[in-house]
Design a protein around this ligand. Structure first.
Ligand code: FES
Ligand code: FES
Length: 170
């Protein structure tokens, strides 16, 4: 049995060639091999969601995935959200404005969960957002402010899209 495997991963648009044990998790590769420590690790068995990243646009628990399983996928971590000069994305700004974080340990997971969900369901209702965020654990906020932040971001994105469409048809 081979102890290591050559794995090609595409993370935040960059390709990486890695020589790693076949059973190394995506969370460990992101944090320890690529230095992307924004992906947090809490329970390490799929419960807390702190390790949530996007795999081909869909939220996934990085602690439950072996890196070799996602060789042909596009991975996005929380580091991909901010702009080139570190400016916050609209979603991150909404979390800041609505106080959607306290200790912040869970925040990267919530951001990626919301980013993936809003891309798939831009018309998400507050009820849907409540159901989605319930899949991750936060010990500090009571969730209301996280729901407020995601709902506000969804509304801002819809308004921006409407404005663009109005501009095109004018
Ligand atoms: S660390 Fe992955 S779900 Fe908790
Ligand atoms: S802000 Fe502390 S766990 Fe969520």
């Amino acid at each position: 049995m081979t102890d290591v495997a050559l794995v090609e991963l595409t993370v935040n648009g960059e390709r990486h060639d890695l020589v790693i044990p076949p059973r190394r998790t995506l969370a460990d590769v992101l944090r320890h091999d690529l230095g992307l420590t924004g992906t947090h690790v809490g329970c390490e068995h799929g419960i807390c969601g702190a390790c949530t990243v996007l795999v081909d646009g869909a939220p996934a628990r990085a602690c439950l995935i072996f890196a070799v399983q996602v060789e042909n996928s596009a991975i996005r971590t929380v580091e991909s959200l901010s702009g080139p000069d570190g400016e916050l994305s609209d979603l991150q700004s909404c979390f800041a404005e609505h106080h959607g974080l306290q200790c912040g340990f869970c925040t990267p997971g919530f951001l990626m969960l919301a980013e993936g969900h809003l891309a798939e369901s831009p018309d998400a209702t507050r009820e849907e957002i409540r159901e989605v965020v319930a899949s991750n654990l936060c010990r500090c906020t009571g969730y209301q402010t996280i729901v407020d932040a995601v709902e506000d971001c969804a509304g801002r994105r819809r308004a921006a899209l409407r404005a663009r469409l109005d501009g095109v048809s004018a």
